[in-house]
Design a protein around this ligand. Structure first.
Ligand code: CA
Length: 399
C-alpha cells in the first residue's frame, strides 16, 4: 500500500508542473565532458522505488546513488531537469560539475647556469649543433632518458667494457656529461649546449667509473671513420699511456676534435689525456651568487690548460630518467664539446685545429683569474679564457 500511495503522490506532483521552463544549455562553447549529468537531492526520505519511478518518468537514468547527500547522479534529456525541479520530492537539481586533477604539470625546462653563462642560448639562433655527432667516451649514456634519447644514435654507440651489451649507463657520470652537451630542448628537465647535436655513447669506463687504457684505445678506435666530429673525454690519470697518445693522434688526424677534463687534482698537474697537445684541456670555474666566476678549488691547473668552463654545481641528466647536480672538470669539458658541435654545424669544413683556434680566439678572458696571454704564455687557470658559445659560432661578439 505504501508503495502505491507513494507513486500516486509522485504522479500528482509531476502533473502539477508549470510548463515550459526547461533548463537551457549555454550556446556556443563545446560542452564539457559528461556535462549531461545532474545531481538531484531529495526532500525527506522517499523510497528507492519512489525515486526510481520519478526518474524514469522524466526520461532520466540513474548514474549513481549518493546516500550521503540523499541524492542521485542522473543523466537524461533536457526536459528532465525542469520536470524534476517541479517535484515536491526534489530539494535541489544542480549540474554535476567537473573537477580536474590538480597534479602539477611536468616540471618545466630550466637552462643550467653554465649553458646560460657561456651564451649557448644566444648561439642557438645560428646553430644548435644539428647533425654533428659527438662521442661521449664515458660510462655509457642512459639510452632511454626522456631528455636524451631523441639525440642518441645507437649506430655510432658502442660498449668496449662488454661489447655484447648496449652502452647503458649504470653509473650516471656519462649521462650527466651527455646532458650538458646535448640534453634535448623539449620543455622538460635541462637543455644542453648543443641541443640538436647527435650523441654517440661510447662506453670506455665501467659502472664503477674507471676503465683501462686499452678500453679507451678501443673507444678511440671505434669513433674513427663514423662521421664523429667531436670526442668528449671527462676522465683522466697522471700516468702516460703511450698507446692512448697514438690513438689520440689518429683520432685527430681523422678530423675529430678532442676535448678532455683537466683533472680534479686541487691545483695539481693536468691529467692525461688532457695533457696531450692536440686535446683541448678544460679547467672548471664556479659562479658566486653575485655572478662573478671563480676558479674551482678542485680543478687541476698548468701550462697545458686551453680553456675553462662551468664545472661547479652543474645540473644535468643522470642515469635512468634522473637528474643530478654535480661538480668537477668532468662537468666543464662537455660545455666545450657542445660549443665545438655548434661551431662545426656552422663550419663543417673545420678540422680540429680550426675548431681549437676558433674556441681559443673567441674565449672570454676572466680578469678575476688574471691575464690570459702574457708573452704568448697561457694562463694556467683558464688558458685563453671561458669558452663563449655565441662568439665562437658567430666569430664576433653577441648581444
Ligand atoms: Ca630538456
Amino acid at each position: 500500500m505504501k508503495q502505491l500511495r507513494s507513486i500516486g503522490l509522485l504522479m500528482l506532483a509531476v502533473a502539477s508542473m508549470s510548463g515550459g521552463a526547461f533548463a537551457q544549455e549555454p550556446n556556443g562553447a563545446p560542452p564539457e565532458p559528461e556535462n549531461d549529468r545532474w545531481i538531484v537531492q531529495f526532500e525527506g526520505a522517499p523510497s528507492e522505488n519512489e525515486i526510481d519511478a520519478l526518474i524514469s518518468y522524466t526520461g532520466g537514468q540513474t548514474v549513481k546513488r549518493l546516500h550521503l547527500i540523499n541524492g542521485r547522479a542522473v543523466r537524461g534529456p533536457e526536459s528532465m531537469v525542469a520536470t524534476l525541479r517541479t517535484s515536491i520530492l526534489v530539494k535541489r537539481v544542480e549540474k554535476d560539475v567537473i573537477r580536474k586533477a590538480t597534479a602539477k604539470p611536468a616540471p618545466s625546462q630550466t637552462i643550467p647556469w653554465g649553458v646560460d653563462r657561456i651564451d649557448a642560448e644566444k648561439a642557438w639562433r645560428t646553430s644548435t649543433g644539428s647533425g654533428v655527432k659527438v662521442a661521449v667516451l664515458d660510462t655509457g649514456i642512459s639510452l632511454s632518458h626522456p631528455d636524451l634519447k631523441d639525440n642518441i644514435n645507437t649506430n655510432c654507440s658502442y660498449n668496449t667494457i662488454d661489447p655484447s651489451k648496449a652502452p647503458e649507463d649504470q653509473n650516471g657520470h656519462g649521462s650527466h656529461v651527455a646532458g650538458t652537451i646535448a640534453a634535448v630542448h623539449n620543455g622538460i628537465g635541462v637543455v644542453g649546449v648543443a641541443p640538436k647535436a647527435t650523441l654517440c655513447a661510447v662506453q670506455v669506463l665501467s659502472a664503477s667509473g674507471w676503465g683501462y687504457c686499452s678500453d679507451i684505445i678501443e673507444g678511440l678506435s671505434w669513433v674513427i671513420g663514423k662521421g664523429i666530429k667531436v670526442a668528449n673525454m671527462s676522465y683522466g690519470g697522471s700516468e702516460l699511456c703511450s698507446g692512448e697518445k697514438e690513438a689520440l693522434d689518429s683520432a685527430d688526424a681523422a678530423g675529430i676534435t678532442l676535448v678532455a677534463a683537466a683533472g680534479n687534482n686541487y691545483g695539481g698537474a693536468v691529467d692525461w689525456p688532457a695533457k696531450h697537445e692536440k686535446v683541448i684541456a678544460v679547467t672548471a670555474v664556479g659562479q658566486k651568487t653575485d655572478g662573478t666566476l671563480y676558479f674551482a678549488s678542485f680543478s687541476s691547473k698548468g701550462p697545458e690548460v686551453d680553456l675553462t668552463a662551468p664545472g661547479v654545481s652543474i645540473p644535468s641528466t643522470y642515469k635512468k630518467a634522473g637528474y643530478k647536480t654535480l661538480s668537477g672538470t668532468s662537468m666543464a669539458a662537455p660545455h666545450v664539446s657542445g660549443v665545438a658541435a655548434l661551431v662545426l654545424e656552422k663550419n663543417p669544413g673545420f678540422n680540429p685545429a680550426d675548431v681549437k683556434k676558433r674556441l681559443e680566439q673567441t674565449a672570454e678572458c676572466l680578469g678575476s683569474l688574471g691575464s690570459c696571454s702574457t708573452n704568448g704564455t697561457k694562463n694556467w687557470l683558464q688558458g685563453w679564457g671561458l669558452v663563449d658559445a655565441c662568439k665562437a659560432v658567430n666569430g664576433t661578439s653577441c648581444q
